[in-house]
Design a protein. Structure first.
Length: 395
């Protein structure tokens, strides 16, 4: 009897963990630490060699970064569309504060990076690396504070990060695209056109979208645009409502909600951790202070730490003082500063952009060190501020 109860409790605890939106961030923290430990252990050679083993036309690392991450971008696209049409970003009054904060939180990190790398044209193409916020990591840290952080701040962070993701997708599409294959690009456009026709016709089944989505991935991969953007394009064509023109349709049963529900756990608990493990590993053998103080490394770290703080907090302060917006309900300025620092945790998307910006493994290692340094410092200081001001708000 007791063993049955114990087993039930274990299952209940596991289910609660898997259903918690921040759990993916907690797993990602563990996986990142594991990757770094592996890359600096006797297993380092095997770790790096396995990633470069080819399966068909691509190496394992490329299958992870180009194919598996397409599912991540598909989920990002679904979340963006849902929030824009039927969620926290469905009206301009809801978009203005997180939207402006996200814009400031992308512009200032880029400026900090450019400041440190102005004299090195080859490094300037990494300007977008510190502009991204890792929503899973940031929400994972924020969740540790429970009720000491108002729910409005969590909603604000989620909305900001979603808009930030949209900005990152646009940046990747415009600035990190290789030479274009116009024939493949034309084929991709035709596929997107057919997906839009399915949407307009009210096709409810998911399989036609997913079949064409696979074709779209192949064409986008061949076109020179990064293949993961096929996931975003596919997401934007998935219907949100069952029946077009009927606003009372049950949204929970829409194709978009169904696909988002099915993707959430595989992406959060498998795909993103696999990406993190494959790409966070950086060897510190031979790394000296000179590497940490190099302009590229400092630009990434300062962009994440200082750029996000100045961009997010400064933009919010301007809008609030101009009475164009209000602070999230029950939130203090100290908590907003802590949240702005959490936006400097740029792990997943920053790593992704860094891999697109630079091909040299040594340069990629410097990028990773900058990302880890900036993200860790941002997370720790942000957590300290949220702890201090969280306690004050309780008394």
């Amino acid at each position: 009897m007791s063993s049955t109860i114990s087993k039930g409790r274990i299952q209940s605890t596991l289910r609660h963990f898997l259903d918690n939106e921040a759990s993916g961030g907690i797993i990602l923290m563990f996986v990142a630490a594991l990757a770094i430990a592996t890359a600096n252990s006797p297993m380092a050679d095997a770790y790096f060699q396995i990633l470069h083993v080819y399966i068909g036309p691509l190496s394992i690392q490329h299958w992870i970064n180009d194919a598996l991450m397409a599912a991540f971008f598909l989920l990002v696209g679904l979340e963006i569309k849902r929030e824009m049409l039927d969620g926290q970003l469905s009206s301009w009054s809801r978009r203005i504060l997180p939207g402006a904060a996200a814009a400031g939180g992308m512009a200032f990190p880029a400026l900090f990076y450019v400041y440190f790398n102005w004299n090195d044209p080859s490094s300037l193409k990494g300007w977008a690396i510190p502009t991204a916020t890792d929503i899973a990591f940031a929400l994972g840290v924020l969740s540790l504070f429970g009720k000491r952080v108002p729910a409005s701040l969590k909603i604000f962070l989620a909305a900001l990060a979603i808009i930030d993701d949209l900005g990152a997708v646009i940046v990747i599409a415009i600035f990190y695209t290789a030479d274009l294959n116009l024939l493949a690009l034309s084929g991709a456009a035709i596929v997107v056109g057919n997906l839009i026709i399915f949407n307009r016709m009210g096709v409810k089944a998911l399989w036609p979208y997913l079949v064409l989505g696979a074709v779209l991935w192949i064409l986008v991969f061949s076109s020179g645009i990064h293949a993961t953007l096929a996931g975003v394009l596919l997401a934007l064509t998935i219907p949100l409502k069952l029946t077009p023109g009927i606003p009372e349709a049950t949204h929970a049963e829409s194709p978009l909600h169904k696909l988002e529900h099915h993707l959430h756990k595989p992406v959060a608990f498998a795909i993103v951790p696999i990406f993190g493990f494959a790409n966070a590993g950086v060897s510190f053998a031979g790394v000296s202070m000179s590497v940490i103080t190099e302009p590229l490394t400092m630009g990434v770290a300062a962009g994440l730490l200082l750029g996000k703080l100045v961009g997010v907090l400064g933009t919010v302060a301007i809008l609030v003082n101009l009475k164009l917006a209000e602070l999230p309900a029950k939130a203090s300025w100290g908590q907003m500063a802590g949240l702005a620092l959490l936006c400097g945790i740029g792990f997943t998307m920053s790593l992704f952009i860094g891999l697109l910006a630079f091909n040299d493994p040594n340069v990629q290692d410097h990028v990773k060190i900058g990302i880890l340094l900036g993200s860790l410092t941002s997370g720790v200081i942000g957590a300290v501020l949220l702890t201090a001001f969280g306690r004050r708000s309780e008394t």
